[in-house]
Unconditional design. Structure first.
Length: 262
């Protein structure tokens, strides 16, 4: 979305604060023994309290208010009464919503309780890579250069990227141009980030896989070679300098103080 007037910026700030706050509160609410359906219902109540509508439910008739992916689920996990959270689970919550005609998107992965399965290095890498990528974005920067940065950083940590999941433009709808802000470089893509536009930047960092494949439920994605995937996402406003992080209320970079951002 291209921001052309103050009212549009205010609208984007409002919905971004809503989805960011919802993600933060859901992360804090998650407990061992809770079903992902209970966690999702909690998120749905928060969105409703702000007058916001779940984007995946409204846009795609997704069977939940938010996407909650657990362990080897890479994305688009369906909330379920049968899916019970356990200590050490790797959880991803993705919250997107609409308010007063404006849409925003954010997400984050975290370990529930003690990190008994050593997922934290993957979580931390995803957070740090997103931070580095966002702080390299400004008007005129090639989208493919940010993809190259993300992939190179993942390799430094000993991880891979999921190549068929991507960030995207957002604002007047959930998915807008640019449609594929990928986690790797496509040399033929000459598209550049444009000043005063809003986009959702997200990392998909994995231990084994490079492609996400859909399960028979028609929603849930898993890695083509197994392993685990983490995702972190912010909606930002691009400027001539450091972007404005509209979804900063999710506090994904300060959660548990378990990350050292350089």
């Amino acid at each position: 979305m291209s921001i052309t007037k103050e009212s549009e910026l205010i609208g984007m700030k409002e919905i971004s604060k809503v989805v960011g706050t919802t993600l933060k509160r859901m992360r804090e609410f998650a407990k061992v023994g809770m079903s992902t359906k209970e966690l999702d219902d909690y998120g749905g109540k928060i969105l409703k309290s702000y007058g916001a509508k779940s984007a995946p439910f409204e846009t795609y008739n997704f069977p939940g208010y938010t996407c909650i992916s657990v362990n080897k689920e890479a994305a688009h996990g369906i909330p379920s009464k049968k899916k019970i959270l356990e200590k050490g689970d790797l959880i991803n919550i993705d919250v997107s919503a609409e308010l007063n005609g404006f849409w925003s998107d954010n997400g984050g992965s975290f370990v529930l309780g003690k990190d008994i399965y050593n997922h934290q290095p993957l979580v931390d890498a995803s957070k740090q890579i997103l931070h580095k990528a966002i702080h390299r974005i400004k008007g005129g920067v090639k989208i493919s250069d940010i993809g190259y940065l993300i992939e190179c950083e993942a390799k430094k940590y000993g991880f891979k990227v999921i190549k068929n999941l991507a960030g995207h433009g957002v604002g007047k709808s959930l998915h807008e141009k640019p449609e594929n802000i990928l986690n790797y470089r496509v040399k033929s893509n000459r598209e550049r980030f444009r000043k005063n536009t809003t986009v959702a930047i997200e990392t998909f960092i994995s231990t084994n896989s490079t492609i996400a494949v859909e399960l028979k439920d028609g929603w849930t994605l898993v890695g083509n070679k197994g392993g685990f995937v983490t995702q972190h996402e912010h909606t930002i406003l691009i400027t001539d300098n450091t972007p404005v992080i509209l979804t900063e209320s999710n506090e994904i970079w300060s959660y548990k103080d378990d990350i050292n951002i350089n």
